[in-house]
Design a protein around this ligand. Structure first.
Ligand SMILES: Cc1cc2nc3c(=O)[nH]c(=O)nc-3n(C[C@H](O)[C@H](O)[C@H](O)COP(=O)(O)OP(=O)(O)OC[C@H]3O[C@@H](n4cnc5c(N)ncnc54)[C@H](O)[C@@H]3O)c2cc1C
Length: 460
């Protein structure tokens, strides 16, 4: 087979998974190149809040947090239930602390332990993220390190096909620019870091039909090529019906209303002013409750919750600045501004406040009220549910090698949304905060190192 260019390792996709995989392979002596579909990095990692869970890091120990991979696995299994990749859960929990410390020490990513919230499912403070809580900062730090190591990124060069030898080994990929220029790139190892299939309505209809009409809040580049290429090679797929949804995408702003607003005491009501569930089941699980009802929905809190949250999370602060969070002196005035029955909304908030004071049991069973009962003046943001990313994908071994009938396909690796996740087998209930980036950066780290080991042992 002849190629226009050759590398030891070719990474397809310059998101969190691909950038980490490239750095890990390069650190292990490989000549690495990255091809990226878009003209700049704008995948889901950029859109995320950059939070990665890790158990027993030095940052946790310094903050007095007692944690271990065993406790982390218990949390993950409790939320996810049974699924197709339990051994991956164990593997990612085991390497999570090593990963976060490597990101800080070796990849020069500025990351701190999040101590102001735990988010869904985590019993201890375990999320680590850039101080701004923005995935764009995580990606910018990784890009600076990629540049400092002279690892080339070919932007605007989507991979359109894999190159396969007659005996079934993956030998590289073909890219094609918008102007139709095709390049055959040879590599001893190819890492698929193209994310999932959230932007591909056909694959969604096939694997997650309940999402057919739900807006997608992730990157338009997540078109599921890895699934197509994998299926052509006969690769095993796992957890294909699983995804992360989010119950609070600001409408019409399109930005995320962080779940911290709910965790600090906020409640979610429908357009008539009624609550309809225990919000503390989490943003992904609560989205399923919204999908069963007619929107729009509103997250209601108070100025104290708003200010505490905006103080720690830039994206929410920007939403406030842009008028996405309205304020009213009492429940009746808030209802008028939202076009609801004032008596109904006042009764709903009155019940929630009584439950938060422990005066009565909450009718939906909610027990955690963050900063305590809401107090006027109240705030409200119009929200709706959205799909954030799919969690099903190519089944991989403990080092990110893509499997076919449980055996690795020579030369092929996957991580992030391209690989299967650890968030349950089906639906949005099994997603725990940080599962997306743990699978992306964790499998990127493992696949980059494994690709380097395997490529060193196998000449093209
Ligand atoms: C709003 C939002 C908030 C989130 N917050 C969090 C969070 O705080 N914590 C968390 O764990 N998860 C979060 N997630 C999920 C998380 O962002 C993803 O799980 C993770 O970023 C996936 O990483 P990735 O590298 O696989 O994909 P991406 O970051 O999307 O990178 C994939 C890259 O591949 C490129 N690509 C695609 N196809 C091709 C092709 N054919 N050829 C070349 N390049 C290609 C894309 O353009 C893109 O640059 C969030 C998601 C969203 C949408």
């Amino acid at each position: 087979m002849s190629f226009d260019a050759e590398f030891d390792v070719l990474v397809i996709g310059a998101g969190g998974c691909g950038l980490v995989a490239a750095l890990a392979a390069h650190e292990n002596g490989m000549d690495v190149a990255i091809v990226e579909k878009m003209d700049r990095v704008q995948g889901n990692t950029v859109l995320s809040s950059g939070s990665i869970p890790a158990a027993n890091t030095r940052f946790q120990r310094a903050a007095g947090v007692v944690d271990s991979p065993d406790v982390f696995v218990e949390d993950l299994e409790r939320v996810a239930g049974r699924h197709d990749a339990p051994e991956l859960t164990r593997r990612l929990a085991d390497i999570s602390a090593e990963l976060v410390e490597w990101l800080v020490d070796k990849a020069d990513v500025n990351m701190t332990l999040v101590e102001t919230y735990k988010h869904i499912g985590h019993r201890v403070h375990r999320l680590h993220s850039p101080p701004s809580r923005r995935g764009s900062d995580l990606v910018n730090d990784l890009l600076k390190t990629i540049e400092s190591r002279d690892i080339p990124i070919a932007y605007g060069n989507p991979a359109v096909d894999l190159l396969i030898s007659p005996d079934g080994k993956v030998m590289g990929a073909i890219t094609e620019t918008k102007t139709g220029e095709r390049t055959a790139i040879g590599a001893k190892a190819v890492i698929l870091a193209t994310n999932g299939f959230g932007a591909n309505r056909e694959l969604l209809a096939r694997f997650c039909p309940e999402l057919a009409a739900v807006p997608y809040g992730g990157s338009v580049a997540s078109e599921g090529e890895a699934i197509r290429w994998g299926e052509e090679l006969g690769a095993d797929l796992a957890n294909m019906g699983a995804y992360q949804a989010h119950a609070s995408l600001a409408d019409p702003h399109g930005s995320l209303v962080t779940w911290t607003v709910v965790e600090k005491g906020g409640v979610i009501v429908d357009h008539q002013g009624n609550r309809f569930g225990d919000e503390t089941i989490g943003y992904s699980a609560f989205a399923a409750q919204e999908l069963e009802r007619e929107g729009p929905f509103y997250v209601i809190a108070d100025t104290r919750v708003r200010d505490v949250t905006a103080g720690g999370q830039e994206e929410y602060a920007e939403l406030c600045e842009h008028g996405g969070v309205i304020e009213a002196s009492d429940a009746a005035s808030l209802a008028q501004r939202l076009g609801m029955d004032p008596v109904r909304l006042s009764a709903t908030l009155g019940d929630a406040i009584a439950a938060a004071r422990s005066a009565v049991q909450d009718q939906y069973g909610r027990k955690a009220w963050g900063l305590g009962p809401l107090n006027a003046p109240f705030t409200a943001t119009r929200i709706g549910p959205a799909l954030f990313h799919t969690q099903g994908g190519l089944k991989v071994d403990m080092d990110g090698r893509v499997l076919k009938q449980q055996q690795p396909i020579p030369g092929l690796y996957a991580g992030g949304g391209a690989a299967c996740g650890i968030s349950g087998a089906k639906g949005g209930l099994g997603y725990m905060s940080g599962n997306g980036l743990l699978g992306a950066l964790g499998l990127g780290y493992l696949a980059g190192r494994a690709a380097a080991r395997d490529a060193s042992a196998s000449p093209v």
